[in-house]
Write a protein of this length. Sequence first.
Length: 198
Amino acid sequence: MTTTHTPIDTDVPAPTKKRAYKIAAAIAIAALVGAGVGYGAAQGEVSAAQQEAKGQVEQVEADAGAAISEAQARADAKIATAEALIAGRESAVGERETAVAAKETGVTARESAVTQTEQTIDASKIQPGTYLVPEELPAGRYRTVNDVNGATCYMKQTKGDDIIDNMLEQAGRPIFTVQNVAGSEFLIDPDCGPVQKI
């Protein structure tokens, strides 16, 4: 058996213009679809990066807010502690001022008592001179206020020309007893200084 081969025509007719446009359009559409897919993927990556950045910003803001709140709480606690300390010190100062005022009142009262005592002592001092008994000077025992220290201290009680009693001392604080004799006189010499009834 004999086979015959038909020769293949290698001359393929050139595509028509219409067909060339279709091919070009198909390629363009494929390119656009590919670009759109690539853009969408890139857009998704950008969107994910934005979300990540947004999350990091929110975390930083949250951390900063927490740090500020913590710092404010510490500052408030320190202020409260300082205010409590100041209040305690003010209270202590107030108590001390009250104590000082009470002591000042006590000192004033003591000063007044001392002044009254001094006035009483001064009023009870009898200066040197001659006094009628009992009109100007009651009967009783009298002592010099100060030591006579070598001075000649002379005291006497007389009635008329009669000496009832007399004394001469040059040391210590001499004591003289004035007797209750109406119409008599008691003499205190200036060297004796003032005397007081004892």
